[in-house]
Ligand binder design. Structure first.
Ligand code: 5GP
Ligand code: MG
Ligand code: MG
Length: 179
């Protein structure tokens, strides 16, 4: 197993290995295929955190689909700022489309709680959520993903797209903040 790492001033221990993540993503691809095979869904990846998950999920979904990205921001350091800012908005038309939002992690739920109504206002055929990680104990807004990779405890994690002040996104595995 990989070793503990340091990013800036904090230490992290191995939590989900690259093999565990990739195996779970293959299962999610199969679940999503069963529901969307003939619907040509539009996956909307939420940058920056979901860039790696979106790319791997795309390769696990063996059916016609398109991909778009938005950039939303709510985190500063290791905690949610409570405010959601749209840094880059959606350019693709979504009316009548089957949308699948792709998130790295659902924490307080504020990001998607803010973003979902903005999408619903544009009359898509449907909107579902795929999240690699979920911290149910941290929820402030009632919100669940339709496809969840792993439910995890309320501890800060990094790697596989997730950063600590912009470090750690390129790690192929996920690490948890040490107590
Ligand atoms: P929300 O609180 O709105 O559900 O989460 C918004 C975003 O905060 C997530 O998409 C993710 O980018 C970031 N975030 C939430 N929990 C963590 C965490 O444990 N580690 C890191 N690096 N980012 C997180
Ligand atoms: Mg995110
Ligand atoms: Mg971040």
């Amino acid at each position: 197993m990989a070793e503990r790492i340091q990013l800036h001033d904090l230490h992290f221990k191995p939590y989900l290995s690259e093999a565990q993540i990739q195996a779970r993503i293959r299962e999610l691809g199969q679940e999503i295929a069963a529901d969307y095979q003939d619907k040509k869904p539009l996956f909307i990846g939420i940058l920056n955190g979901a860039f790696m998950f979106t790319a791997d999920l795309a390769r696990a979904c063996h059916f016609d689909a398109d991909f778009a990205f938005v950039r939303l921001k709510s985190y500063e350091g290791t905690s949610s700022s409570g405010e959601v800012i749209t840094m880059i908005g959606l350019k693709a038309p979504v009316e009548g489309r089957y949308l699948i939002l792709v998130e790295d992690i659902i924490d307080t739920g504020r990001t998607l709680h803010t973003f979902l109504p903005q999408l619903q206002a544009q009359n898509p055929a449907s909107v579902r959520i795929a999240a690699l990680l979920s911290k149910p104990e941290a929820r402030v807004k009632p919100l669940e993903a339709d496809y969840t990779g792993f439910e995890i405890p309320n501890k800060f994690v990094v790697g596989y797209g997730l950063d600590y002040n912009e470090l750690g996104r390129n790690l192929p595995a996920i690490y948890q903040l040490e107590d």
